[in-house]
Design a protein around this ligand. Structure first.
Ligand code: CP
Ligand code: NVA
Length: 304
């Protein structure tokens, strides 16, 4: 297993299985107070967020503070980025000031530009393609619930989006079976699916348009919004297309009796998930949101 020190996290596929497991173990220790993590008092995390965020922004900020470090909000709307300064130039300058950047943006290629021009580690805090920090928190939540990951089945129903992509890769890395049920035309990216299949050793990575089949005997049912940030104009048109993919009590009844329900949040109750399911006894969404803090602490502790 290579050290994560100094490395970027642009995609979950940047990590090896053992590195994911080590991050989850450290996150668990940090959560339980069995480790305090390194002292990052002279380190600074920069947040470059081009999209809204509650969980990611706050959990990264608190994680860095708890490790003794500092955070600068480099909101692109108030830096020279908004006036057209090239990313290549911004990246080379920020590289000289801060120790790590967490970036939330649209194109994965913008993240790659930062990574190319920066020596410091770059963390994907959500792009249109992936949300790796979310998937790490999801895996921690599943491991806490079941005491293991290998051999379990996660079924994601809905849009084949950034969250679905990182779950495909994350589940494959830890030996979980992963099924994505999405409407025709909204399936996950073929290259990501191929990557997940190539990573999966003794587990399966399946894409289907049949949510009921996908939900059968699953240990985790997961969903996300039907229209992601940047797709708001399509939201109303998508509702009838995605309705059969709603995570509701009928779908949950098909899963394993011990199944848990996850949602990365923010949720649209009555659309991708019903109120009774997200508020029900099988929901773990608040633990899942809390775990963003613990895995990102483990990530910062490991890469800085
Ligand atoms: N799940 C998630 O990334 O939430 P935010 O958009 O609030 O950061
Ligand atoms: N797929 C959603 C996730 C939000 C955390 C989006 O990109 O808007």
């Amino acid at each position: 297993m290579g050290s994560l020190q100094g490395r970027d996290l642009l995609s979950l596929a940047d990590l090896q299985s053992a590195e994911v497991q080590a991050l989850l173990n450290l996150a668990h220790q940090l959560k339980k107070g069995e480790s305090t993590g390194p002292d990052l008092r002279h380190k600074t995390l920069g947040l470059v967020f081009r999209k809204a965020s509650t969980r990611t922004r706050v959990s990264f900020t608190v994680a860095m503070h708890q490790l003794g470090g500092h955070v600068i909000d480099l909101d692109p709307s108030v830096t020279q980025v908004s006036r057209g300064e090239p990313l290549e130039d911004t990246a080379r300058v920020l590289d000289r000031y801060v120790d790590v950047l967490a970036i939330r943006t649209f194109a994965q290629s913008d993240l790659e530009t930062f990574a190319h021009y920066c020596q410091i580690p770059i963390i994907n805090a959500l792009t249109d393609l992936e949300h790796p920090c979310q998937a790490l928190a999801d895996l921690l939540t599943i491991q806490e619930n079941f005491g293991k990951l290998q051999g379990l089945t996660l079924t994601y129903v809905g849009d084949g989006n950034n969250v679905a992509h990182s779950l495909l890769l994350g589940c494959a890395l830890v030996g979980m079976n992963v099924r994505v049920a999405a409407p025709n035309g909204f399936a996950p990216d073929r290259e990501v699916v191929a990557k997940a299949k190539s990573i999966a050793q003794n587990s399966e990575a399946i894409v289907t348009d049949d949510p009921k089949l996908a939900a059968q005997s699953a240990h985790v049912l997961y969903t996300d919004v039907w229209a992601s940030m940047g797709q708001e104009a399509e939201a109303d048109d998508r509702i009838p297309i995605f309705q059969p993919f709603q995570l509701n009590a009928d779908l949950l009844s098909l899963a394993d009796p011990s199944a848990i329900v996850l949602h990365c949040l923010p949720a649209h109750r009555g659309e991708e998930i019903t109120n009774d399911v997200i508020e029900g006894s099988q929901s773990r969404v608040w633990d899942q949101a809390e775990n963003r803090l613990h895995v990102q602490k483990a990530l910062l502790a490991s890469i800085l």
